[in-house]
Design a protein around this ligand. Structure first.
Ligand SMILES: Cc1cc2nc3c(=O)[nH]c(=O)nc-3n(C[C@H](O)[C@H](O)[C@H](O)COP(=O)(O)OP(=O)(O)OC[C@H]3O[C@@H](n4cnc5c(N)ncnc54)[C@H](O)[C@@H]3O)c2cc1C
Length: 378
């Protein structure tokens, strides 16, 4: 299989211009965690040759990196200055059963990958200051700023985040960083139904006490508080008064380990069962989680009901009838990359965008039926 590894944006631009002229499809690959290579056709375009941190200004809370830079390298650099990425991007290799090298920052932005802290801090796309990219004709484009958000006209970084490599190849990302919270504390309440859990989470989130994440799993709601010690202690006391029930508490490393597990979905590592991702309106989450639990299998609810993960053998048609945008992330024993069909209006809109960015349709052909996925229009 042909594998291109361009070493510069200019080289990438020339390659894409050639592929455009010959209408030769390319499969864009960052770290390869999603395992789309082999599932859709085309020559592989690896971004790993475009790697390295271009600039990091801890005092300004900004970082610029080439798209193929490993996420682990960025996180290690940030941790030297006690900083992190606010949107807590997951590493789903364990879940996807892939031996890939690990996520790249370009792959993270391309799927708008966001973890439990999205609830408080927003999604990946909310932290992008600017991007550089090469479109389907080979044109090098720039949008936004490098040290502050500076967009006139359409904010293309928001469009590209979540486009799964169907519009352009990201080459560089400027991103906001966040000081790392010195204290992490988890308050857990057990023995709840999905409906009771949703009510408890809504109650906690309606307070000004900055719950940074809230997950429901195996009858237990976990609420996370983060920040400087005295602040967390004060918010903890108020939340405990509000909850007024038996609460288990986890602090420090125990709390951080628990949330790493939720972030990376460690409970869904059983490769023999399919795994589904359902992104729904938060208010519909409890009923859907209840229904899925009744079908048998394992359910985790995040983002206050807006994101549900389901690992189980329930009939795919039934799951799609409950949530049409449900995405099969993993078949039994195999990862699967293709997206479900889009609603008609959205499909037209996506096709129009793709026509503008990639008129010859060379990027990730067939991944989203030739258009951006409705499932990811979050
Ligand atoms: C079907 C499926 C859905 C997934 N959905 C999510 C999700 O919603 N949230 C989440 O956190 N994780 C998701 N993942 C896991 C996700 O792939 C990784 O968390 C993250 O993308 C890994 O980064 P990577 O560099 O390994 O990307 P890869 O696995 O190499 O690529 C992921 C996607 O991004 C595209 N891409 C990669 N680099 C670039 C670039 N520089 N420019 C343009 N496009 C690029 C690829 O073509 C591919 O479509 C999903 C995985 C699968 C199989």
């Amino acid at each position: 299989m042909i594998r291109h590894i361009p070493r510069s944006e200019t080289e990438l631009s020339a390659l894409i211009a050639h592929q455009h002229q010959t209408a030769s499809p390319l499969v864009i690959e960052g770290g390869g965690s999603a395992g789309i290579t082999g599932e859709i056709g085309g020559e592989i375009l690896s971004t790993t040759g475009l790697s390295g941190v271009v600039d990091y200004q801890p005092g300004e809370l900004t970082l610029i990196a080439q798209a193929g830079t490993p996420l682990a390298q960025i996180e290690a650099l940030l941790s030297q200055s006690d900083q992190c990425l606010a949107f807590e991007p997951p590493d789903l290799r364990l879940v996807l059963g892939t031996m890939a090298a690990g996520p790249t920052i370009g792959g993270v932005v391309a799927v708008n990958s966001s973890g439990p802290r999205r609830l408080l801090s927003g999604a990946c796309r909310d932290h992008i200051l600017g991007i550089r990219m090469v479109d389907g004709r080979g044109r090098i484009l720039r949008n936004g700023g490098r040290v502050m958000k500076n967009v006139t006209g359409l904010d293309l970084s928001r469009l590209l985040a979540g486009s799964h490599g169907t519009l352009a190849v990201l080459t560089e990302v400027a991103i906001r960083t966040l000081p790392r919270a010195p204290v992490s504390l988890t308050l857990a309440v057990s023995g709840l139904t999905p409906t009771a859990a949703q009510a408890l989470i809504a109650q906690a989130l309606a307070t000004p006490w900055e719950v940074s994440a809230a997950v429901f799993h195996r009858g237990r709601v976990c609420l996370r508080l983060e920040g400087p010690g005295p602040q967390v202690a004060s918010r903890r006391a108020k939340l405990l008064r509000l909850l007024g029930c038996e609460v288990e508490e986890l602090e420090g490393e125990a709390s951080r380990t628990l949330w790493r597990g939720f972030r990376d979905l460690e409970m869904f590592a059983d490769q023999t069962l399919p795994l589904w991702r359902l992104q729904v309106r938060a208010r519909d989450g409890a009923a859907l989680a209840q229904r899925l639990a009744e079908l048998g299998g394992e359910v985790l609810t995040d983002w206050s009901g807006g994101l549900i993960w389901y690992q189980g053998a329930a009939d795919p048609a039934l799951i799609r009838s409950l949530a049409p945008s449900a995405r099969l992330i993993r078949r039994a024993g195999l990862s699967t990359a293709r997206f479900p069909a889009e609603a008609e209006g959205l499909g037209r809109l996506s096709a129009g965008l793709r026509q503008v960015f990639d008129p010859a349709g060379i990027f990730n052909q067939g991944l989203m039926g030739g258009s951006m996925g409705a499932a990811d229009a979050d």
